[in-house]
Design a protein around this ligand. Sequence first.
Ligand code: ASP
Length: 335
Amino acid sequence: MTNLSAPLPRIALVATGGTIAGAGAEGEPSAAYQAAVIGADDLIARVPQLARLAQLQTEQLLQIDSADFTDDKLLTLARRVATLCDREDVDGVVITHGTDTMEESAYFLHLTVNSAKPIVVTGAMRPGTALAADGPANLVHAVAVAAHPSTQGRGVLVVMNEEIHSARDVAKVHAMRLDAFASPHGALGLVVEGVPRWYRQVARPHTTQSEFDITTLGALPLVGVVAGHAGMRAEVFDAWVAMGARAIVYAGVGGGTVPAYLLDHLTALRERGVWLVRATRTGAGPVIRNANAQDDAHDWIVTDDQSPPKARLLSALALTRHVDTTAFQQVFYRY
Ligand code: ASP
């Protein structure tokens, strides 16, 4: 039962842009619109239901298409969210974000913000001017989840299309539909009649149990991602090494299979100190150590089931600490 006399939870809303802040021609279902043009205050003024759920403090941290998120901006976001979570007058944080790289920012926060307070990321597949805009409902649901006491300690969540996903698992899996987000092991819960209903727990450590500390970090170590495909070329790895990458995530075919014709090249890169991190481009399932490649012999790392873009972030965080092969590999099994 809702206690009507209790003060509403205090939720900090951090706006970063994306389609939820986008606008196109009024009433058009068109994909032609401009992302990141509506300000945070306007965004919440259009959704009066929010005032019944929480006391909102809004801030416009960024106003960008999420494709423009760099590692520096990610560090800025994580530090800002951590600062807000440390404040006594903040009970939870909601971040509005473009959907294209939402899973990456959410995962980075999941691994780096040392707080049990609810942190919820949301966005929209359609701008507010579209016929069936999804942003207002997503925003109401995100605030409802962040304001609910049962959300404490679950790590960073992505709330989209009435589903509540863990930042560890969620991915954008469709370029257009409203149900664009999915987790290979299923959502953690649903928003039912405006209230979170939970069905699963998060198994891997995050937020308060994470070992990663970015408070004094100047920049993230550079980690590249190379797409695997038939006919792929060795020179793409060299481009990352020339830029100073300390590790390269191979978004490999199938279970992360490495083409035989690349082996000598990748062995030479490893001898120069560059880590190779084997992932799968399939979107689900583990890459198994020493199964379809001799990882021990090559001194390579496997990502378990982590997606290539998130494996990039986890590798970068692992490299902020002193790592040998065993420690680097354990990071993927642990997180
Ligand atoms: N391009 C947009 C973005 O990621 C797409 C969206 O928000 O849905 O910022």
